[in-house]
Design a binder for this molecule. Sequence first.
Ligand code: FAD
Length: 433
Amino acid sequence: MRRGVQGDILAAPHEALHQYERNFGGMIRHTPRIVVRAICEQDIIHVLQTAQTNSVPVTIRGAGHSCMGQALSDDGILLVNAAAHASFTLLENGRVEITTRCRWKYVERILNQIGLTAPVLGDNLSITIGGILSVGGYGVRSVAYGAIVHQVERLRFIQPDGSPIWCSPTENTELFQYSLAGQGRIGFIERVVMRTIPYPRQTQHYTFKHTSLDSLVKSLAWLLNDAFPEEFIAIYSRAGTIVSHYEFSLQNIPANPIQQLSQGDKLQQTQVLPNISPIYRQLQITSDEFNPAVDYLIEYAQLQPFLDFIKDKLHQTCLGQYTDSFIVMAVRPPANQHPLPFEATAFGSDPIKFLVGFYPVVPKENIRALEKVKAIIRDILHLCIKLGGRPYLYGWHELDVQVKRKLYGTHYDAVLQLQQKLDPKNLFNKKVI
Ligand SMILES: Cc1cc2nc3c(=O)[nH]c(=O)nc-3n(C[C@H](O)[C@H](O)[C@H](O)COP(=O)(O)OP(=O)(O)OC[C@H]3O[C@@H](n4cnc5c(N)ncnc54)[C@H](O)[C@@H]3O)c2cc1C
């Protein structure tokens, strides 16, 4: 392998292998036998070819911010696709071609310098382009632009046998639709052509305090048809703060936002921007915590019972000791979007879906507490599915085959068949859910 790889190769026994034995969730640990830190497409191709020739499993890892065991390996090669710098080409009409090894912070810094920004950004810019495109990608601007995967026009895909191929909504469509938000199950995303938007943007901010969760939910009906903000997030905290935050572009400011939002309830406008940092109490991977982070997507009609259930769990169970808030964001996929069956909003009929997330942090020594939190999360997942919603798959979700079929229908079996065709020895990224 060393003859064909420009990046570092670490092989057991090696101290540095331990930094790859956990991911953000911290609940599963595997020490890899071999780590390859790829720095170019040829590294990826060579590793995949070598793995196939020698029948060795390969697991793909970006920045390791998943919560299940997706980006961990104990039986083969861990192929790490996370470089320090961005490889970046500006194309016409503000589109850019970038390698998936880039972390968002480098890409966004370069984009900002040339007057552009990614339409949607997550709140953690240390994760890689490849990692987020494998799950979906949501942020405060998803209310206007959908998911990060919705910004991709073309992608360069490397099949498990190492052969590269471009795909898009009109070329090699099946690979395109099953690789984006596809958990890296069928192959490797090497580079993408993505849309960007102008930066800086001039917007008008509105932040409101709500008197109850019911009043917040009632106010969100506005988003379904009448309001088109550039950004939206709402936060519920156990301590009693319930805020919603909107940004409108200057051309699109609604006539009377307070009246529209309040729907007869009391609403207080505030100058204080919501602070989401206490919600993600931990942003980096540390070795002394469990982080069973979870997000769910749900339609408006089911939002109230779903949030009430989570609120009760926060107030009445031990969950509240390990997280004290949840967030609500909204995702409006672009009209005429090419279907991406595993993207977490690809269900139901509403033009907008609501993302609900909370992020417990449990001390590592407290296994009993972790088991209790996991049981609560199972109940919440169960309710989400019963209400017709979907889990966001990077997080801690215990799904059996029956549930997967219920969630993804015929696409679940279609992707397994495709995977079997592309990787008959089942060596590529077999740990993903
Ligand atoms: C603190 C924190 C904050 C977060 N905030 C947000 C947020 O605001 N918005 C949001 O949408 N998500 C958010 N997430 C979720 C995050 O986007 C996902 O966990 C994402 O997959 C992490 O990317 P990564 O680079 O760490 O990938 P990894 O965790 O290393 O890998 C994720 C999955 O993608 C596969 N994969 C990685 N790269 C490739 C590739 N090039 N080709 C094929 N498969 C690949 C891996 O095999 C694995 O299955 C957050 C997560 C954390 C822990």
